[in-house]
Design a protein around this ligand. Structure first.
Ligand SMILES: [Zn+2]
Length: 306
């Protein structure tokens, strides 16, 4: 099975960004990983120690690494007025080009939109890209979002998993539409057939885009706080759409903080040096508690058919 042209292009950009010194940490080395097997579902939940991420928001450290150019702050950068901190939108190309001059932006078309993919310098996995809409538009689900995820999955021959975090369900920037992609398989991909209801976070898997889109619409329609995490994986010609039911009133867990698609898919990320012990002690019971913390109130999910 050959590599698709898009997967090859993205993997080449990833290598180039490593060579450029644009990625934090050691993206070539092994990631320190622990797992906890869940006999109920066949899933081995994963704990990843990614301490390079602890400095991702520290401009001075990023400048030291040559990732961020503070000189950009003298320029007129795009700002969304709703950001209470008044920061520039770091998913807009008008911010990325002057502030992150080493970042290679790959133009893509998917689901009827134009996008720009860039390697995530605070990577969570191999070939981890953020794919932002070319236009500055809200992180809001529409059928074109799912269509774009499916296009990107197909165009990479299934090599890249594609995720979407609803605003208030792990999305860091609610006013700029974005997806993420990685070639690392997610733990949830090992979920046994027919075991959706046993997964410790409300989940349904779909093999048909129309059915998945209808289920997302039904969930969003039931309550204005309802959100979703979506993940597309599987063979290039036979995508599996994972729909995780979320609620913006429950964005975080006590032990892991804000939880997004990676955590929903079974990848628990630890990046705070002060939390090393928590990483070393993490187990299946902790995963179940964390996913219970972000589970929508009982009744809602069941009523939606989760
Ligand atoms: Zn923007």
């Amino acid at each position: 099975m050959g590599t698709s042209p898009l997967a090859a292009r993205l993997e080449a950009v990833w290598q180039q960004q490593i060579d450029d010194g644009y990625l934090l940490g050691d993206p070539r080395g092994p990631v320190e990983t622990r797992t906890a097997a869940d006999p109920d579902t066949g899933v081995a939940f994963r704990f990843r120690w990614l301490p390079h991420r602890a400095v991702r928001g520290v401009a001075a450290v990023l400048a030291e690494h040559g990732i961020y150019d503070p000189g950009c702050e003298d320029q007129d950068l795009p700002v969304d007025r709703r950001d209470p901190a008044g920061r520039p939108c770091f998913l807009c190309a008008g911010m990325i080009r002057p502030c992150f001059p080493k970042e290679v932006l790959v133009p893509l078309q998917a689901g009827g939109r134009d996008w720009l993919a860039g390697a995530n310098f605070a990577w969570l996995g191999r070939n981890h890209f953020t794919v932002a809409s070319a236009a500055h538009e809200d992180q809001r689900y529409d059928p074109g979002v799912l269509a774009a995820m499916l296009d990107l999955h197909r165009d990479t021959g299934g090599a890249f998993r594609v995720v979407y975090n609803g605003a208030g369900a792990g999305s860091s920037i609610p006013w700029h539409l974005h997806l993420q992609m990685t070639t690392d398989p997610f733990p949830v991909e090992a979920l046994a057939p027919g075991a959706d209801a046993r997964y410790p976070l409300p989940l349904r898997r779909f093999f048909d885009a129309g059915e998945a889109d209808a289920a997302v619409g039904a969930w969003h329609g039931r309550d204005p706080s309802h959100r979703v995490n979506l993940m597309v994986a599987g063979p290039g010609g036979a995508p599996v759409i994972h729909l995780f039911y979320r609620d913006s009133r429950r964005p975080a867990s006590a032990e892991l903080g804000a939880m997004a698609s990676f955590e929903a898919c079974g990848d628990m990320v630890f990046d705070d040096p002060a939390r090393r012990e928590a990483f070393e002690q993490a187990d299946l019971a902790m995963v179940r508690r964390a996913l219970a913390d972000i589970t929508p109130r009982l009744g809602d999910a069941a009523a939606a058919g989760a």
